[in-house]
Design a protein around this ligand. Structure first.
Ligand SMILES: [Zn+2]
Length: 195
C-alpha cells in the first residue's frame, strides 16, 4: 500500500508540476539591468518570489537586475497570486504585448509619459502562481513553489524548456526541491543576451 502511494505521489508531481506554459515566439528584455517587477505585497508568498528573483540576479552575476515597483502598470514583469489552477499547474507565464507611449526628446519634460504621441509595443510578462493543490486543496509545499518560481522567472527572461532534468528549466520534475539554477540554464541565458 505504501509503495503504491509513493508511486502515485511521484506520478502526480511529474504530471502537474509544469504544464507547458510557454509557446510564444522569442522574447527577451532590451535592458536586463532594470527589469521592473511588480509583486503584490502582503501576500504570504511575496518574499518567496523575491528570493527567486534574487537567485537569478546572483546567478547571472548581476547581469540581470530587477527593480521592484509598487504599481503593476509600471511593471514589465507582473506577479499574480491565485489559489488554484484547475489543470493542476503551479505556475504559468504568459507574454502580453502592450502598447507603451514613447516620448520624443522634444516632448520630454513637456508631457507626462502617457501623453506622448508615439507608441510602441513592449512585452509585459505575467507570472501567475497558485498556492493550493487543486486535488487536495492543501497548500503547495514551499520548496515546490520556490522551484516553480525560478522556472517561471526563467520563462519571463526568455528561456525555453531544457531537455536536461537537472536544469531548473526542465519542464517536469520529480525532484523539484533539489534543483536550482544550473550552469546549463545560465548558458541558455547567455545565448539570448550574448554576454
Ligand atoms: Zn515551463
Amino acid at each position: 500500500m505504501k509503495k503504491l502511494n509513493l508511486l502515485f505521489i511521484s506520478l502526480f508531481f511529474t504530471a502537474v508540476l509544469f504544464i507547458p506554459v510557454f509557446a510564444q515566439d522569442i522574447h527577451y528584455w532590451e535592458d536586463t539591468k532594470h527589469i521592473k517587477v511588480y509583486i503584490p505585497s502582503g501576500h504570504e508568498d511575496a518574499q518567496l518570489m523575491k528570493r527567486a528573483f534574487n537567485a537569478w540576479e546572483t546567478s547571472s552575476r548581476r547581469r540581470i537586475k530587477f527593480t521592484y515597483v509598487t504599481n503593476p502598470q509600471d511593471a514589465q514583469d507582473i506577479i499574480v497570486f491565485k489559489d488554484v489552477f484547475s489543470d493542476g499547474s503551479i505556475g504559468k507565464t504568459t507574454i502580453r504585448p502592450t502598447n507603451v507611449s514613447v516620448c520624443t526628446a522634444e516632448e520630454k519634460g513637456r508631457k507626462s509619459k502617457g501623453e506622448c504621441e508615439k507608441t510602441r509595443v513592449q512585452n509585459v510578462t505575467v507570472i501567475t502562481m497558485a498556492s493550493l493543490n487543486p486535488y487536495t486543496m492543501k497548500k503547495i509545499p514551499k520548496g515546490q513553489l520556490y522551484h516553480t518560481a525560478l522556472h517561471e522567472i526563467g520563462h519571463s527572461l526568455g528561456l525555453n524548456h531544457s531537455t536536461d532534468p537537472k536544469d531548473v528549466m526542465y519542464p517536469t520534475t520529480v525532484n523539484f526541491s533539489m534543483t536550482g539554477i544550473t550552469a546549463n540554464d545560465l548558458k541558455a541565458l547567455d545565448k539570448i543576451y550574448g554576454w
